[in-house]
Design a protein around this ligand. Structure first.
Ligand code: VGL
Ligand code: ZN
Length: 204
């Protein structure tokens, strides 16, 4: 069984959003075309409470995009984004959600960030996604969504660690920063993941 995992296709990561990924909206029509090629489609949703520890506004004197130590982990100070039940946290209005069987929310713990759809950044708490996919007999995962070097990358690294064959559909992601994305891409390949183009998927 092959599953498509859609990472954080949310308004705040789109141009004009609170934490905009350049050209992030360009992937939405492609993702809509790809969904029917898979046995299962799952989505993640960045879903922060107000005052989340990853927000610069939650720390006096900290600037956006500065990196601080938070409980011993590097933490980027993000603009406030994907706050629960706001428009920014909703999926892009053009995303076809009818194929999505389950949505895994992350970043809900106020004290810790969660880039991956599988675990928080300290790898202490699971979202249950591995168990869900194993129960569904999924062996191979294909990733699309935002941002390429953050939530997509960390989800793929965790997926490889959990024993799933993992593929990044490169034309179905966009990154915040080109150099960071290039490093992330190399690390995915080094850890046994594949980076593919959507044209390599079976046509239908
Ligand atoms: C993300 C930064 C903060 C992402 C989420 O979806 O890549 N990046 N929260
Ligand atoms: Zn976030």
């Amino acid at each position: 069984m092959k599953a498509l995992i859609l990472i954080d296709v949310q308004n705040d990561f789109m141009p004009g959003g609170a934490l905009a990924v350049p050209q992030g909206d360009e992937i939405v029509p492609l993702i809509n075309q790809l969904q029917e090629k898979f046995d299962l489609v799952i989505a993640t949703q960045d879903w922060h409470p107000a005052g989340h520890a990853s927000f610069a506004t939650s720390h006096k004197g900290k600037n956006e995009f500065e990196v601080i130590k938070l409980d011993g982990l590097d933490q980027v100070m993000w603009p406030e984004h994907c706050i629960q039940n706001t428009t920014g946290a909703e999926f892009h209005p053009e995303l076809n959600t009818s194929w999505i069987e389950a949505i895994f929310r992350k970043g809900t713990d106020k004290k810790i960030d969660s880039y991956s759809g599988f675990y928080d950044n300290a790898h202490l708490k699971s979202t249950g996604l591995t168990g869900y996919l194993k129960e569904k007999k999924v062996e191979e995962l294909y990733f699309a969504g935002l941002a390429g070097e953050y939530c997509v990358y960390f989800s793929i690294i965790d997926a490889l660690g959990e024993g799933f064959r993992s593929n990044l559909i490169e034309d179905a992601t966009r990154a915040l920063n080109k150099d960071d994305y290039e490093k992330a891409r190399i690390d995915i390949l080094r850890k046994g993941g594949k980076v593919i183009n959507s044209t390599e998927l079976p046509s239908n």
